[in-house]
Design a binder for this molecule. Structure first.
Ligand code: PRX
Length: 583
């Protein structure tokens, strides 16, 4: 069991009553039990909807892989019993290193059925972030492809003493898989589906998502099965999802959005989830919206800005003219600030605005949103959802919280504790967990303001984490990878504003005496960082500097790093289009 939402006093009684009532719309298990996967899959089969389409994975050529709710119940039941056969016990961590393919859905939901903890890893990570997370999460099982294993895991396997089983999804003849690994498809076929319903309770651990802070190793945010109350509630309230809907969340399941809203939330509503197996491609994305008759589309500002760029020329626009997007009834965005222009462009291009939504790994579900039917203020994140008590606060050094009552005054965005998807801990780091709460409030680390009418506006981050293409990147992880090079004396990493990706990762490097910061060393450092960290996390630029700005106590002032650009020698570097972003 993980603790119930600790960290302060319970939420307002109205909010508590709200969540109690939201819980009633779930099926639940005997004796007050609750299981995310049961709510997402088996419940619909029990209700007679086993033939409905649960999941449609689309590849580059438009070829689809369809799985009904009935089939998904069977496959996840088989995966759960396979885990039991392998000796995986409730609370053990099962990791994936996979793209958007059926195995990730089967693993996530099958693990939850077995009472395990599902932890997704972003498949674009390099070996260093994979090792840090698998070690810290004590992953016992990893589901991945033979290719990814060979390129990224084989070299770190000796550092992963807890990793007992590797299941490989794309190598039925075992030509490329490591000795002792298990073929995913064969093992599923051979397994007998679990005959009993799952036995989890609302406070049992279910999900583990790694997220980054300014300093130290990535934090493992833990969530319990009770989070499904918020997933189900927001599926309904924010997206209005029902069985008739086709929902496309463009986020990768390696991040929190891709799991909570790319898998769990739409399935709890009985909708059909569309997954695009490929990377971002503007024209293909438009086609997918049309061909799959997507009704609700949840995406990210970076992707929207890339679509806007295509639209900005007559030739670009011609590529997507004449498409029939009449099925689309709602478009929403998350993960980074949504420019007001993007909201307006949505109206012009699709006849409807993008609805911004705000949340974080720690909140476990959407907390603030521009709800359908509410007047949208372009540039605002919207208003707190029912059951969510938000405020703008000042955090006094003695730990007390003071509300900022004046409208439009920036302060820390804080949420009153007590909603069911609030994280239950940072794995193995109680101190950091406790530091996130004060006086019954969860302190989000975001600076925001609230206007006279109660709309919330994002102002910035209170810490130094970087948001690039919607992905949260901890500067410390990038700095550590570069520090490994013998020429490097010191590194500071910061986000630099970018018109498409929001921010790009830039490393400011000072060298040891006798080394020259020339183009060749820059190339070497960039390639080392890409190999170790993966393309999604590695710096897009390296600036050589004499010294780094520091506080009196010697800590690097990351905020001031950007001004060094002007002094240093930088390589012109435009961001590569990637997966369109969003955690
Ligand atoms: O800074 C906020 C930004 O993303 C952070 C959370 O990142 P992560 O834990 O990776 O979760 C991403 C998916 C929910 C927040 O602290 N963020 C999220 N949504 C918005 C946003 N910034 C501005 N506007 C948003 N709508």
């Amino acid at each position: 069991m993980v603790p119930e939402n600790t960290g302060g006093t319970p939420a307002d009684s109205d909010a508590s009553a709200h969540w109690l009532s939201a819980r009633q719309s779930l099926a639940g298990l005997a004796d007050g039990g609750l299981n995310i996967a049961f709510e997402a899959v088996d419940r619909h089969v029990q209700d007679g909807f086993g033939d409905r389409m649960a999941l449609r994975c689309v590849d580059r050529r438009g070829i689809v892989d369809d799985i009904t709710y009935g089939r998904l119940a069977d496959l996840t039941g088989r995966f759960a019993s396979l885990l039991q056969q392998l000796g995986v016990r409730p609370g053990d961590a099962v990791f994936t290193l996979l793209g958007r393919e059926p195995a990730v859905y089967i693993t996530a939901l099958g693990t939850l059925k077995a009472g395990g903890v599902f932890c997704p890893l972003f498949s674009a990570y390099g070996p260093d972030p994979i090792r840090t997370r698998l070690r810290h999460g004590r992953g016992r099982v990893l589901v991945t492809t033979a290719q990814l294993y060979k390129r990224k895991v084989a070299q770190i396997r000796a550092d992963l003493p807890d990793l007992e089983h590797v299941l490989v999804v794309d190598d039925p003849w075992g030509q490329h898989t490591p000795a002792g690994s298990i073929d995913f498809a064969h093992a599923l076929e051979a397994a007998t589906p679990m005959s009993e319903p799952p036995r989890t309770s609302p406070n049992d651990p279910a999900l583990l998502f790694f997220t980054s802070g300014t300093t130290g190793a990535p934090k493992g945010a833990q969530h319990a099965h009770a989070a499904v109350v918020v997933h189900r509630e927001t599926a309904q309230r924010v997206f209005g999802l029902g069985r008739q809907d086709v929902f496309w969340c463009t986020a990768d399941p390696g991040w929190v959005t891709g799991t909570c809203y790319g898998i769990i939330a739409p399935l709890t509503a009985g909708a059909t989830v569309v997954a695009d197996r490929e990377e971002f491609d503007a024209v293909r994305w438009y086609r997918l919206l049309q061909d799959q008759a997507v009704t609700v589309w949840y995406t990210a500002p970076t992707a929207i800005r890339m679509l806007m760029r295509l639209d900005s020329t007559a030739e670009g626009r011609a590529l997507t003219d004449g498409l029939d997007l009449s099925a689309l009834r709602l478009m929403a965005s998350v993960g980074e600030p949504l420019n007001p222009q993007a909201v307006l462009w949505g109206e012009e291009r699709f006849g409807r605005p993008f609805h911004d939504t705000w949340w974080q790994t720690e909140t476990g579900g959407i907390m603030i949103a521009n709800l359908d039917g509410m007047k949208i203020r372009p540039g605002s994140m919207g208003k707190p959802l029912p059951g969510v008590v938000a405020d703008i606060v000042e955090h006094a050094p003695d730990g007390r919280i003071e509300q900022v009552t004046e409208p439009d005054q920036p302060g820390m965005l804080a949420l009153k504790t007590g909603w069911p998807s609030l994280f239950r801990g940072y794995l193995g780091d109680d101190e950091r967990y406790r530091a996130a709460f004060a006086d019954g409030w969860y302190l989000t680390g975001d600076l925001a303001r609230r206007d006279r009418d109660g709309y919330y506006w994002f102002v910035g981050r209170a810490d130094d984490v970087i948001k690039s293409a919607g992905h949260l990147i901890g500067p410390f992880e990038v700095e550590s990878a570069l520090m490994n090079h013998p020429a490097v004396a010191e590194v500071g990493v910061a986000g630099k504003p970018d018109p498409i990706a929001g921010e790009i990762v830039v490393a400011y490097v000072s060298l040891k005496p006798g080394h020259t910061g020339d183009a060749e060393l820059r190339r070497t450092l960039m390639s080392q960082a890409r190999q170790r960290l993966g393309a999604a996390v590695a710096p897009r630029d390296i600036v050589f500097v004499e010294t780094l700005p520091k506080t009196n106590s010697g800590k690097i002032l990351r905020r001031e790093l950007r001004t060094l650009d002007i002094q240093g020698e930088t390589a012109a570097n435009t961001p590569r289009p990637n997966d369109g972003g969003s955690s």
